[in-house]
Design a protein. Sequence first.
Length: 434
Amino acid sequence: MSAQWIGAIGVGCLFLLLFLRVPVWAALVLVGFVGNTVVGGWSSAFAILGTTPFDTSSAYTLSVIPLFILMGDVASSTRLSADLFNAARVLLSGIRGGLSVAAIGASACFGAVCGSSIATAATMTRIALPEMRKAGYDDGLATGSIAAGGSLGILIPPSIILVIYAAIAEQSVPKLFAAALIPGLVLTAIYIAVALVVAHLKPEYAPTVENVTWRERLNALRQPWQFLLLFIATIGGIYAGIFSPTEAAAVGAFGAILLGLIGRRLGVKQLMSAVEGSVITSALLFAIVIGATLFAYFIVQTQLPLLLAQAAKSLELPGLAVMALIIVAYVVIGCFLEGIGMVLITVPVFLPLVVQYGYDPIWFSIIVVIVVELGLIHPPVGMNLFVIQAQVPNVKLTSIYRGIMPFLIAPFVLIILLFIFPELALWLPRRLYG
C-alpha cells in the first residue's frame, strides 16, 4: 500500500474518532503517532513524539494566544463590552431593528479586543439579550443577531485562528491580520443589513425603541473610550509597525488590567479568575495544536496533498471547482467539529492543493476563517448557538435556529465577493507590508 493511501486511511480514521466523540486533541495525537509509526517506524515516531510538545509550546509565534485570551477575559470582566453595547444602543435608538444592529456592532468591536467567537457570543448574550427581550424583540431575531455578531470575533483582528493558521502555513501574522480587517468590516455590514431587512419585513419582531436627543447620543460616544484606547494600542500598533503581534498582545493585556484597576472595575478576585480562565483555555488550545502538529508530520510524510492534486488534475477540474468542493467540505466538517480543530486538521491537507492551483495562501486564510465562522452558527450544531442557549435555557433552541437562518446568507455573500474581488483581502497587507 502506498504512503498516500495510508494518509487517506489515517484521515478517515481521524474523522471516525471525532464522530465517536473522542476529544480532538486525543484523536489527533493517536492518528498522528500511529500514522508516523506505520510510515517511518517506531524510532522515528517516538522521536517526533518526544520533540513536538516542547517545540510547539515554546514557539514564539504562539505566545500571542494566551496574551490575547487574557486581554479578552479582562475586558469582559471590566464590562468593556457593556459600554460598547450601551453606546451603540443609544446611538441607534429610534431605528427599527436598532438593538439588533447594536448587538452586531458591539460584538464586532469587542471581537477586536477578544479574538474569540465563543467568548464574544457568551459575553453579548449576558449583556444584549436581556435588553432586547425587555424591548419586545423576537427571541429568534435577538439570538440570531448575537450569534452572528459573535462569529465576527474570529475574523476581525486579533484572531486566534489566524495566529494558528500562520503557524501552520508559515505566513506572517501581521499580514493575516491586515488581510482580515476589510473582510471583517464588510461581513459586519452585511450582517447589519440582514438584521435591518428582517426587522422591516417582520416589524413585530423588532418594536421601535424610544428616540433620544442628540445630546444623549453625543454623551454615549464617550463611554467606549477604553475600547478605542486598547484597539489603537494593539491593532493600531501592529499595523503601524510599532509592535510585533506578541508585543501588542502583551501591551493589550497589561492595558486592559491597568484600565480595569484605574476605573475600579477589576478586583483581585476578578483578575485571578481571568488569569485562571486564560491558563485553562490556552492549555486546551496548545494540546490541540501539539496533536495537530503530530498529525501534520504524518500528512507531510504520506504526501496526501499530492494525491489530491493528482486526482483533481486527472478529473481536469478547474481551480474554481476545486475551491467550491473545499468550501463544501468545510461546511460539512463544521457540522461536527469546532473551528480550531477544523483549521488544524484541514489546512495541512488543503493548502498545498490550493497553492498549486494558483491561489494566494493569505487570501485562502480569510476563506478558511469565513467558513469556520459559518460552522459556528449554522444548525444543527453551531457552537455559538449552544453557547447562547446554555445561558438562556428558557429560549427554545428551535427559536435560535429560526433566528439564525437569514444571517447564514452573509458569509456566502462575502465568499462570492472575495472570489470576484480578491483585493478585499490582499490590498491592505500589500499596502502595508509589500
